[in-house]
Design a protein around this ligand. Structure first.
Ligand code: SF4
Length: 243
């Protein structure tokens, strides 16, 4: 666990315990030349500041509680697979090498019969209403690359979303509002050349930031037009761009 949680709002201790019980099995942000898919697709500056300030990062349980819901969805999925109700490959970590780096990521569900790779996401309605979801597209395609590098054939990638703030009263009244709280969203599948080049380019940027001190800055898209800096970036207080 790279984040230290506080409980300044005096929330019920169950929330803190749930966050601290996180069973993340990927590489630590301070590991050398191994990177998770989540970090690979995240802003280089943000991940690099997480690495530099790994021992100083704190988040209050009141701000992090929503993450418990995402963890709960994954736990239910694993339980369903163990009970035999969901077939295929569930919650499995894959790793592959690109130049001198390793990339590692955990898939949520893969159906070997159809070649469909599904990622489960808990999100707000706005996340599925945006016309572009670049980070989802990159994440799913790097996961597909990992699966291919481990002998699987991936024909399709998709997101199965759980809209935590879905309101039936908005259906049909707001343009693009999801018709139900658990929509399946098709994600464009990149060809092998495109995803390999994407990974090489990202690793080049991380190599420069981590080992040569060339960190760069976040683009407007990466900052979500400033919303990420304001409410969603754990390293905002260390960020020169946010000063
Ligand atoms: S505060 Fe904003 S600009 Fe700085 S690392 Fe975070 S997302 Fe990027």
């Amino acid at each position: 666990m790279w984040m230290k949680y506080t409980n300044v709002t005096n929330a019920h201790p169950g929330w803190l315990a749930a966050l601290e019980a996180d069973d993340y099995d990927g590489p630590d942000v301070s590991a050398e030349r191994i990177i998770s898919v989540t970090r690979l697709i995240s802003p280089v500056q943000m991940v690099t500041l997480q690495r530099i300030h790994a021992n100083e990062l704190t988040m209050d349980v009141s701000e992090a509680a929503f993450m418990v819901m995402g963890t709960a969805v994954h736990a239910m999925l694993e339980k369903a697979a163990q009970a035999g109700g969901l077939t295929g490959i569930v919650e499995r970590r894959y790793q592959a090498r690109s130049a001198s780096w390793y990339v590692t990521g955990k898939i949520d569900h893969f159906d070997p019969a159809t070649g469909i790779l599904t990622d489960y996401k808990t999100c707000g309605a706005f996340a599925v209403m945006k016309p572009k979801k670049e980070e989802w597209e990159a994440q799913l395609n790097v996961l597909a690359w990992l699966m291919r590098r481990n002998g699987h054939t991936v024909n399709k990638v998709q997101v199965s979303a759980f809209i935590r703030d879905h309101m039936k009263s908005k259906v049909g009244k707001e343009k693009g509002y999801p018709a139900n709280p658990i929509p399946t969203i098709d994600i464009p599948l990149w060809d092998g050349t495109r995803v390999s080049q994407f990974i090489v380019d990202r690793l080049h940027d991380f190599e420069a930031a981590w080992y040569e001190g060339v960190i760069g800055s976040c683009s407007k898209e990466e900052t979500w037009s400033g919303r990420r800096c304001k409410d969603w970036c754990a390293v905002a207080r260390f960020c020169p761009q946010n000063a």
